[in-house]
Design a protein. Sequence first.
Lengths: 191, 570, 140
Amino acid sequence: MSARPIATTRSAAGMPTARLAVWWIIASEIVIFGGLLGSYIMHRLAHGVWADYAAATNPWIGGFNTFVLLTSSLMAVLGHQAAERGDGPRAAKMLYLTCGGGLLFICVKAYEWTTEISHGMTITANTFWSFYYTAAGIHALHVIAGCIIMLFVAQTAKKNLELHRVEIIGIYWHFVDVVWIFLFPLLYIAK
Amino acid sequence: MAETIHVGHAEEHGHHDHHEMSFLEKYVFPLDHKMIAMQYMFTGMFMALIGGFFAYAFRMQLAFPGMDVPFWGVVTPADYNALVTSHGSVMIFWVAMPVLIAAFGNYLIPLMIGADDMVFPKINRLSYQIFLISAIIIIASFFVEGGAFGGAWTAYPPLSTKAQYSLTPIGSTMWITAVALEFVAFLLGGINFITTAMNSRAPGMKMWDIPMVVWMIVIASILFMLSVGPLLAGGIMMIFDQQLGTAFFDPDRGGDPILWQHLFWFFGHPEVYVVLLPAVGIVAEVMTVFSRKKLFAYKTVLYTAIGTGVLSFTVWAHHQFIAGIDPRMANVFTVTTLLISVPIAEMMFVYIATLYGGKITLTTPMLWALAFVFEFLIGGITGIFLGASGNDIYMHDTYFVLAHFHYTFYPIAIIGTYAGFTFWFPKMFGKMMNDGLGKLHFWLTIIPFNLIFLPLFVLGASGQHRRIYDYTNFPELAQPWQQDLRQLATISLVVMLGAQVIFFYNVIKSWMSGPPAGKNPWNSGTLEWTATSPPPHGNWPEGLPTCYRGPYEYSHPDHDKDYWPQNEPA
Amino acid sequence: MSAHEAHGDEFYVKTWAILLVLLLISVLGPLLGHPVLTLITAFGIAVVKAYLVAVRFMHINLTPRFVTYAVATTLVFMLLFFAGTAPDVMKNHGTNWVKPAWIQAEAAYAAEVASGAAGHHGAGGHGEAPHGGEAAPAHH
């Protein structure tokens, strides 16, 4: 692996390149979710009957998943703190725990969806459920992607290399968490 | 943590690993920003030829209905729809975007800000690879069962979502998949451009020392990034509608087709400015060099560009005036649409002011730059007719609209590209282009271009509707004078396409045996001209430049030469 | 960078605890059965949670100010998108168009509410599909 260009090491904007980039990634993600959830909200506000459909979601499962993601976010930020102190192995351990949180989230989601689909609430049942599966599905893809990247970051962090990456993947993970924080009331709570 | 700010000599060590790169490493999977730019450039030009060929095939059908078109055959109605759809999609997503943003962005940003590469070379390479896959998918869609998607590049439902209407069950999904992948590619690329320009400027290069084209590409990337999200989400919704049977855009089952139009145009209109701004930036570079003057009102241009960007998010529904949108909203969008002509007009005035009193040299790139201003003005002014919702109800979906947006996109994507390509050709390949051939190509492109689209304005105003396969079925649209104008447009198109042979001949000949260009053939002041032509990997192996002044210090009274390079200490 | 180290691990654990309390409130809020209160406990608290995560976990306040502006800009553009789109999407009829499915579904729903049977058709239109979970609170 060749050394990175000098361009990457400069920081004329006052912050490290990778952190700057991850914030731009987040900005571009906000509009992806913003467009989708905006479309959902306008349907939701206009269709009284959607309250009826939404009543069939399970806020306890959704709440548990929120708890899982919040906790994994805590692990991510603790990993970042460890990386700040130069403690690579602890940072890696925290990232593995974060990944575990992501995995648990996906498992719970899989259980939840299986139950719902077996009760006839499929993606084609009506537009509410279409939005439900699409929004949560895109979010779940972000969780999976974050987990995979995090495993790579943890591998290098364990050897005390590239520790700044711990913070970067952490910021991304917190963003995925924030998206869920809004998905949760939108899909589960508002009835 | 590699977060300290490196300046000056500290930077000169480290990066350059001197091992010989294999062919694959250098040309197929490169990390060097210049090679990735060339990949984008030539893929884009190849796609432009394909898009031009599509236009040729359906224009032949319109001018000579039912004829056996050479190299294509008889154009069937399904062919016709697939051809117009693919022409629009290819020209915007696979020509204008890769060439103007990705190719010029990749090539120019690191060189103009004095960096050795983009900040994330691997993401850069990935971006091109995703783009290439998307291009392959869109071409491959012609060869699947049912053929390529034929529901227009706007892909309005239900035509795009229901196979029983579009008759392209696979082609329509391939189209939306290709478009979505292309967006992902440019999101990755855009993050690279923005971050590089923000973070990796040469020591001493302040905000106002950045060349205008870099600013423009960055602003365009930000616009793209902020507008494309809803459409990416919409694209996923559309794929689900097509393949899973959801009803996001189906009013019979609780969805809303107008939602797609909003999602599409919320991106689609800023997209016009996404491709416009880089072209405007290229023209700024060319004009200052060949009129030996400072860019008139640098900061004003910049603020104007940002203002245009913000305004461009507020005009999208002027594409939907006859879609049954809320009439009150139509009022709002009319006002914002007319407003956005103000900053664009101001940019054009700034260019004319830059020319005023300058020592103008009419080289090939300068001709292209002047043509950009001239032709784009026609496109802009006809846009005002269409922005007014009352008038648009009559003009909507006629050839007047078509001629209008070709008068904007053609200057952007073709004229802007030629201006940039002929201007930076000496830097890219180290050779000068033949100016005589260049001018011949210029005139043989510009004159036929006007002869294609001026008749279409007339036809559009006479009521000729778009998306009609054969006008002989409509007696009031098939009068002899109308058919004559159609044939004039088509013949001009063939001439214009033929003229591109001169360009490719010129490129290859100049590349092989043109006179060497030297570092700075145009006596330009920006940083890319201080590197050797073509720049090696790492751009300035002897050490990256430091910046001391603005980019357009031409004919400066305190300096003996008429240009003052940015890297020259005072 | 060094500004981050001003906080020890307890700071983050404490933040996490606050977030969990907020989560509990947002789950329990709807049990009170007051729509306005639900709106506040659901979305008001979501905003507070997002703010806490952005500031205390993502350290957005320690990054240069333009990052906050960029993120805010994306949100403003999303509001703009909503404002331009909602007037059309939120109507069931307009100039020369209607959405028949919507009108039928709402009429059926209104009839159901009137007869007190709402809340029992989670899958809407797919027969007597039972709830996704018994624990789901009744919404009226």
